[in-house]
Design a protein around this ligand. Structure first.
Ligand code: ADP
Ligand code: MG
Length: 605
């Protein structure tokens, strides 16, 4: 075939494929238009998961009758003009692609009345075929109905999910917009049933109530707007007692644009480090404001991602804001707070077993925490604890500045008197308000984590050459991540060298590992570090994970007998940490048997 320019019709159907992937994308484009038009009400009606019809009604500015047909032409927009540099874009739309794209793959009817006009107009585009604009009675605003989506693109139609599945996509998308625009009243109706409604009061907590319900709304903490910096963030985040098993409850916007950003999600998750158990995620709404020319919104076909000029700065502003509110709000991990509120936080007592959860160490599976890893079974020698205690002594009073946790208040342990060791796993101690059990591995992990992190930040990590360097094989693609993070790996003490396409020679290891780890062991830990890296995360997130993995393998394990002195040393070291109540993975290091509960159990009162 000779080269020829495609017809307008075919070209817009191709373009539509980029913008309009499924019913939820239609809803997103239409609702974004409503928001750009300054609407305070947006009502969405869905039939058959959106494949049958989608109707969006708003009370915005409306479209003048003489512009109605132009709105459906490709690259027709009222939001930018030739003078725009495509950098500082303040509206959600700007490409003039949505209406022509949608109307090339569906039957679209638009009825609109502009705010300066007494009469409305109606315009129909039937799978690309236009009819003349005609007068129509209408309230101010715009009503757009999209029917028979993808009927002329069978390939697309085939890839749609069930009506329920598509509806749930629409709902979660609309929920995000409702959370980002609390001053707009949203409603979602599907096949005659109301699915969601927000009142548009302007209060974020009301939007959360409309989207997630009252129970969630009650437990949200407010991120205070800090606009001292060039970037600001406000929003709501869940208190740690409220969490979810996946990260779909994290909503992020930049300058009013809903975006998906793995990195910023991680910034928020990372702020919960130590507050949430592993693999649990917060509910969060974070609205970021940046100078318009600091973001490039024109990098993704569906505008779902943006590019930041100063990404690291945004990342840290978000993380600091979330971390700040969590620390300020008496986290459940703090012993005092947990006790005062009587919450079922990490302070487990036999009484709490009534709710079905068996406190660890009381009839529970005590071997639970001893399955840490393999390859280090004879390690470490208990004497290492005494040695490390001396190190801690030297660092006494050191400020762990520079770590991501430096600006959070220090947690404190109660004064503990060690009684002994139980099940070769728990250190038993007595304190002012009862009896305490400390998980020796978790506690040592915390100590090692902060120490390794501190040294890392001071750039004073010690590296220990291996007597016999080991070769490790990497999964395909992992080499690139090694190269990406080589500086961090070196800084913590790893010395590695490429050896062929997918293998490495490990020549030296972080000193905390070196004393005991055999060559193979060190290689294993290295591979684990890389696995953690592959799970995603960059910068601080990844650094903390790396350090946590090293700490885990540098720590005393469950099942290891400790002398009285070693137990005391470990407790003393734990007392000096910033966050003694949780291990770096967020599991508790200490549980308490409250004296009151003991008295009650023994019927002393
Ligand atoms: P874009 O949003 O990128 O400008 P669209 O194809 O989505 O492109 O819309 C084209 C134009 O139609 C918009 O620029 C706007 O002027 C007008 N328009 C679309 N929807 C609405 C609406 N709900 N209210 C007012 N104007 C609208
Ligand atoms: Mg648009």
């Amino acid at each position: 075939m000779p080269i020829q320019v495609l017809s307008n019709d075919l070209a817009s159907r191709i373009a539509a494929g980029e913008v309009i992937e499924r019913p939820a994308s239609v809803v997103k484009e239409l609702v974004e238009n409503s928001l750009d038009a300054g609407s305070t009400r947006v009502d969405v009606h869905i039939v058959g998961g959106g494949a049958q019809s989608i109707t969006v009604v708003d009370n915005g500015d409306g479209i003048p009758a003489d512009e109605l047909s132009v709105a459906f032409e490709r690259f027709a927009t009222s939001k930018i003009d030739e003078s725009s540099d495509l950098i500082a874009i303040g509206t959600l739309g700007f490409r003039g692609e949505a209406l022509p794209s949608i109307s090339s793959v569906a039957r679209v009817e638009a009825i609109s009345r502009h705010r300066d006009s007494d009469a409305g107009a109606r315009y129909l585009v039937d799978f690309g075929k236009t009819s003349p604009v005609e007068p129509a009675g209408a309230p101010q605003g715009t009503r757009i109905e999209v029917a028979g989506l993808f009927k002329n693109v069978p390939a697309r139609l085939k890839f749609l999910g069930s009506a329920g599945r598509e509806l749930s996509r629409i709902q979660s998308m609309l929920a995000s917009l409702a959370l980002i625009y609390p001053h707009v009243a949203f409603s979602l109706n599907s096949d005659g049933r109301e699915r969601m409604r927000t009142i548009g009061s302007g209060k974020l907590v009301d939007a959360v109530l409309g989207v997630y319900g009252a129970k969630v709304a009650e437990q949200m903490l407010e991120i205070k707007l800090d606009d001292s910096a060039a970037f600001s963030v406000d929003g709501l985040v869940s208190s740690p007692s409220l969490n979810r098993s996946n990260r779909t409850y994290i909503t992020i916007s930049v300058n009013g644009r809903w975006i998906r950003s793995r990195r910023l999600s991680y910034a928020i998750e990372q702020a919960y480090h130590g507050f949430l158990p592993e693999r649990r995620f917060p509910i969060a709404v974070a609205r970021i404001c940046t100078p318009l020319d600091d973001v490039d919104a024109n990098v993704h076909p569906a505008k779902a991602e943006v590019r930041f000029l100063r990404e690291d700065l945004v990342y840290s502003v978000v993380q600091r804001a979330v971390r700040g509110i969590l620390s300020a709000s008496a986290p459940v991990h703090e012993l005092g707070a947990g006790r005062a509120s009587g919450s079922a936080g990490l302070l487990r007592t036999p009484r709490l077993a009534n709710d079905g959860s068996i406190p660890r160490g009381f009839g529970g599976d005590i071997s639970g925490s001893s399955t840490v890893n393999s390859g280090f079974s004879k390690w470490p020698d208990p004497s290492i604890i005494a040695e490390q205690s001396r190190l801690t002594e030297e660092m006494d009073g050191a400020d762990y500045g520079g770590t991501s946790q430096s600006n959070t208040p220090k947690e404190t342990l109660p004064v503990l008197r060690v009684i002994g060791q139980a099940h070769e796993t728990y250190i038993l101690a007595e304190g002012p308000d009862g009896v305490y059990l400390v998980d020796q591995h978790a506690a040592h992990e915390r100590v090692m984590f902060e120490r390794i992190r501190h040294r890392f930040d001071q750039n004073s990590s010690e590296s220990q050459p291996l007597l016999e360097p080991v070769t490790v094989d990497l999964a395909p693609g992992v080499m690139i991540t090694v190269q990406e993070h080589l500086d961090d790996l070196n800084q913590v003490g790893w010395g590695v060298e490429e050896f062929g396409m997918n293998s490495l020679i490990v020549r030296s290891v972080p000193a905390s590992l070196a004393t005991r780890a055999s060559g193979d062991g060190a290689g294993q830990v290295f591979v684990r570090v890389l696995d953690e890296l592959r799970e995603g995360g960059t910068g601080e997130t990844w650094r903390n994970r790396m350090v946590a993995t090293i700490a885990c393998h540098s720590s005393v394990r469950a099942g290891q007998i400790l002398s009285m002195e070693e137990c005391k040393d470990l407790i003393r070291q734990l007392e000096k940490t910033e966050r003694p109540n949780t291990c770096p993975h967020g599991r508790p290091t200490i549980v308490q048997l409250a004296i009151n509960d003991l008295e009650r159990e023994f019927k002393r009162r």
